[in-house]
Write a protein that binds this ligand. Structure first.
Ligand code: NAD
Length: 442
């Protein structure tokens, strides 16, 4: 099939590359000429494990193309995916302007029947708005269908998620578009049928409900962690205790520094805003967000408490390990590290930062200064540090030589924002160790 992907970001590029891998002919379109130029010359603008090989292979096989031109992309397209940003507006509602702008372009360009698929996360009712935007810009009345196909891939394992999805949700309102989408995804469902066909509003709502449920589990565990700390219980043991109940399960039960990233924060806000529009109260969603906002400050609070007997954070040197919003991605949108860096700098700390992938992105937000050092690895970051804070649990931090790390430090404090280490082992090695949701011992 001839496919166009509009928006060549984290979702668009992965989707385009994986569809090409399955034999489709895919053109990835973006208005960012620099991005398209670098993709043309073989440079992948994002970090996503496994993506580079898939892009390279399919580009060489002439199944994957890149362009900035709607006209060129829509020459003979059967299915066009919208993988465009849907950020939060200031009032929390979803900004549909990127999607609707692209819809108008589509209306001007389609020359034959086409299925327009929204992969962007959009509020219930948006596909109807997309339909109207296309109709309003069509000069000739060429038939088309709209499909909602929300994306569930996770940055860091996006290629695998895309190749082996848990489910493919299709919101459709015509038999023809349902069949085309089934055919398009047939290669992904050979093992067993993973396609769930439903009406368009339900598909749009499924994505928001899924993200809200996952965010709720995180905030729930963070709230339980706060209680554990005060009651002398250990959230790690509680997690195993409740996860073993098959009605609960182990996934998404980790206490930490709160959720970030380009999806959960904005999607929860958009859902709450949508509820407000229809006059429905969502106290649960509000609580999930409030807990998360507080949780993002948890390490700064713990660091403050630790240093307050010795004059506070001012003048202390703190190493931060891991800065992306989660491991295996270079995405720093809404990363808890950003707030922590700002907070510690504003209190007069010197910071020694290290992340395996996203250092350039962090440097573009926080220019290097006398109090901000960008380090080449976690060992260099530890040099001369009064404390280390593990912010993002990249795998390489699991098996560091902790004795060596402690020798490089001038202090002994270790704040583990992701509960990656065993408290007893850290104490034996000589650290003053603080995790999330653990009984305090120092
Ligand atoms: P992104 O910001 O990485 O990529 C969006 C791309 O769209 C950018 O390259 C931008 O230049 C391009 N663009 C903007 N306006 C354009 C236009 N008019 N025409 C062509 N290109 C245009 O965004 P993303 O993270 O890939 O997210 C895309 C959508 O998918 C969002 O709605 C998001 O909520 C949803 N989503 C994201 C993820 C994720 O993990 N990133 C997961 C599931 C769903």
């Amino acid at each position: 099939m001839k496919i166009v992907i509009i928006g060549t970001g984290y979702v668009g590029l992965v989707t385009g590359a994986c569809l090409a891998e399955m034999g489709h002919t895919v053109t990835c379109l973006d208005i960012d000429a620099k991005k398209i130029e670098s993709l043309e010359s073989g440079i992948i603008p994002i970090y996503e494990p496994g993506l580079e090989e898939v892009v390279k292979r399919n580009k060489e096989a002439s199944r994957l193309f890149f362009t900035t031109s709607y006209k060129e992309a829509f020459k003979d397209c059967l299915v066009a995916f919208l993988a465009l940003p849907t950020p939060a507006k200031e009032d929390g509602s979803c900004d549909l302007s990127y999607v609707l702008k692209a819809a108008k372009e589509i209306g001007e360009q389609i020359k034959q029947y086409c299925v327009i698929v929204s992969k962007s996360t959009v509020p219930v009712g948006s596909c109807e708005k997309i339909r109207l935007a296309i109709l309003s810009s069509q000069k000739e009345k060429i038939p088309f269908d709209i499909v909602s196909n929300p994306e569930f891939l996770k940055e860091g394992s996006a290629v695998t998620d895309c190749m082996k999805p848990d489910r493919i949700v299709l919101g459709v309102d015509s038999a023809e578009s349902a069949q085309i989408m089934r055919d398009l995804y047939s290669a992904f469902t050979i093992n067993h049928d993973r396609i769930l066909v439903m009406d368009i509003p339900s598909a749009e709502m499924t994505k928001y409900a899924a993200n809200a449920m996952l965010a709720t589990r995180i905030s729930f565990m963070n709230e339980m962690a706060g209680l554990c700390e005060r009651l002398g219980a250990d959230i790690n043991q509680v997690r195993i205790g409740i996860g073993s109940d098959h009605r609960i399960g182990y996934h998404f039960l980790y206490a930490g520094m709160g959720y970030g990233g380009s999806c959960f924060p904005k999607d929860l806000k958009a859902l709450a805003s949508l509820a407000k529009e229809v006059g429905y109260k969502t106290p649960l969603l509000e609580a999930v967000e409030t807990i998360n906002e507080n949780q993002k400050q948890i390490l700064a609070k713990k660091i403050n408490t630790y240093f307050s007997p010795s004059g506070g954070i001012n003048g202390k040197t703190i190493a931060l390990w891991g800065l992306s919003f989660k491991p295996d991605t270079d995405d720093i949108r809404e990363a808890p590290s950003l707030q922590l860096i700002q907070e510690l700098l504003s209190q007069g700390a010197s910071l020694r930062l290290y992340d395996p992938i996203c250092m350039n992105k962090i440097a573009s937000l926080f220019p290097s200064s006398q109090r901000l050092h960008f380090c080449k690895d976690e060992y260099e970051a530890a040099e001369g540090a009064d404390a280390i804070a593990l912010v993002t649990e990249w795998k390489q931090f699991r098996f560091v030589d902790l004795e060596e790390i402690l020798k490089k430090m001038v202090g002994k404090a270790f704040f583990d924002g992701r509960n990656q280490y065993k408290r007893s082992e850290m104490h034996t090695k000589g650290f003053h160790y603080y995790g999330i949701g653990l009984p305090s011992t120092h």
